[in-house]
Write a protein that binds this ligand. Structure first.
Ligand code: PRP
Ligand code: ZN
Ligand code: MG
Length: 225
């Protein structure tokens, strides 16, 4: 059950952003009893409901006003914004805070044996990625005529499988690239987690709660500096 007087926050159910988001909520005093398979978790001490979803869905949920706040990686956010812009859909949101977790980079990587001088070496090639809009924007800026091939998963095996010549994927430790015989060449986007709010009117009581949470987040971030 949800009611519109309660603040709805979308968080990633599992993955890169999950732990940081949950830790931060705990640190600012949001008490939750999460049972693992539940999509919705209710805070026990504040009028807050947590929606636990795939990170890819979070920007759209905020932009459609289905949730009030979302913890999301800038990579997913920017990609979804470009996608929605291209589709003529609503893509508004407000960034409340840039956070200190979920750091990663979106990079071009090529097979070890490929002769790569610079991004021009990808002229006429196919590049597998989950972020076609960010990648195509980069190619446009660099005047490279290459094709983004969209894959939702297993991007790192695309060159070996003959689906693409190179990849553009998230890298943090680099272990995935190394395990797949790929070398990181160019960083096209650097990302951290951000807290975003939907655009449009907010009930006073909810906006006051958001302001209170933000004050606490700033306190926690300062204490960690
Ligand atoms: C990303 C990326 C690689 C991995 C790289 O996936 O697709 O699989 O992280 O990290 P590494 O450099 O530390 O090996 P992730 O699971 O974070 O995101 P996704 O589930 O949204 O694809
Ligand atoms: Zn994802
Ligand atoms: Mg992955």
């Amino acid at each position: 059950m949800t009611d519109r007087n309660r603040l709805r926050i979308a968080v990633q159910k599992s993955g890169r952003l999950c732990e940081g988001s949950m830790e931060l909520l705990k640190a600012i005093g949001v008490k939750l009893s999460i049972r693992d398979r539940l999509l919705i978790a209710h805070a026990t001490n504040l009028p807050i409901d947590l929606l636990r979803v795939r990170d890819d869905d979070i920007p759209g949920l905020v932009m459609d006003g289905v949730v009030d706040l979302g913890f999301i990686g800038e990579n997913e956010l920017e990609e979804k914004m470009l996608e929605r812009q291209a589709q003529g859909k609503q893509f508004q949101y407000k960034t409340l805070e840039r956070l200190e977790f979920g750091g990663c980079r979106l990079s071009l990587a090529v097979p070890n044996e490929m002769d790569y001088q610079n991004v021009q070496s990808l002229q006429g090639k196919k590049v597998a990625t989950t972020y076609p809009f960010l990648l195509e924007r980069f190619f446009r800026e660099q005047n490279v005529d290459a094709k983004a091939v969209m894959l939702n998963g297993s991007v790192e095996v695309a060159p070996r499988a003959g689906l693409a010549d190179a990849i553009c994927d998230l890298v943090s430790t680099g272990a995935t690239l190394e395990a797949n015989g790929l070398v990181e060449k160019d960083v096209i986007f650097r990302s951290k987690a951000v807290l975003i709010q939907r655009s449009g009117d907010m009930l006073d009581s909810k906006q006051q709660l958001i302001d209170k949470l933000l004050t606490r987040i700033n306190g926690v971030m300062q204490a960690r500096e």
